[in-house]
Design a binder for this molecule. Sequence first.
Ligand SMILES: NC(=O)c1ccc[n+]([C@@H]2O[C@H](COP(=O)([O-])OP(=O)(O)OC[C@H]3O[C@@H](n4cnc5c(N)ncnc54)[C@H](OP(=O)(O)O)[C@@H]3O)[C@@H](O)[C@H]2O)c1
Length: 223
Amino acid sequence: MKENERPYVILSAAMTIDGKIASKTGDPELSDEADWREVHELRSTVDAIMVGKGTIIKDNPKLHIKYYDHKGYNRIVVDTNLSIPLNSNVINFQPKIYPTIICTSENVSAEREKDFESKNVKIVKSGTGQNVDLKKLMPILLNMGIKLILLEGGGTLNWSFIELDLINEMRLTIAPWIIGGKEAISLVEGEGFEKMTQGRKFKLVKVNNRDNYVILKYMRRTE
Ligand SMILES: NC(=O)c1ccc[n+]([C@@H]2O[C@H](COP(=O)([O-])OP(=O)(O)OC[C@H]3O[C@@H](n4cnc5c(N)ncnc54)[C@H](OP(=O)(O)O)[C@@H]3O)[C@@H](O)[C@H]2O)c1
């Protein structure tokens, strides 16, 4: 397998009109039931759902499917030092249907690793830096049979994917309100690019709307 071969990545998020994916206190309740149904349908088509450590700590999501029959998939958490709580839903809720993989750095403590392995969590190590090396990680995941990843945030992890140009497609829900607040997490956080010309460009391929919600589908534009 070549090093630049990697899984196809779809970024999925719900945001306010002003681009926030949670309020300043961390309230993430943006989707209505129709939106959750669509997101769960999309989840039923992927090999893995990936989130950052911040999302696990703030929301404690189960990352499961409520509305459809499906084959199950992997839940992937990006957590450099294995610091999410062992009692997180992502580890304890239906692990047979949704096996959990935690991606860490190579410096993670062996003791902590054992604690997670005893809960049947698979640990994948990538890089020795301050964060997980995503560029190195992607071919490793592909090698494990993960061809299609649904990236479900949060803003910090989304930035790393944008920065490294690892996103192929996006499904965005715009919920019909404005929440404001510079402490409220945006769709993409991180350092940001200096110039518009450095930004990643996407092609709008589909627009749906219902009950004041807008659902957008974008593909990465490389030309
Ligand atoms: N509305 C939506 O669709 C939606 C979806 C998901 C999340 N959210 C919201 O987003 C918020 C969480 O976002 P967040 O930005 O705080 O956290 P996040 O993006 O979920 O997680 C970021 C953390 O992941 C770890 N990480 C490890 N390697 C990384 C890398 N290469 N790049 C980036 N991160 C890496 C870092 O912690 P370590 O350094 O400790 O490893 C980093 O602080 C929550 O409030 C949640 O409700 C909303």
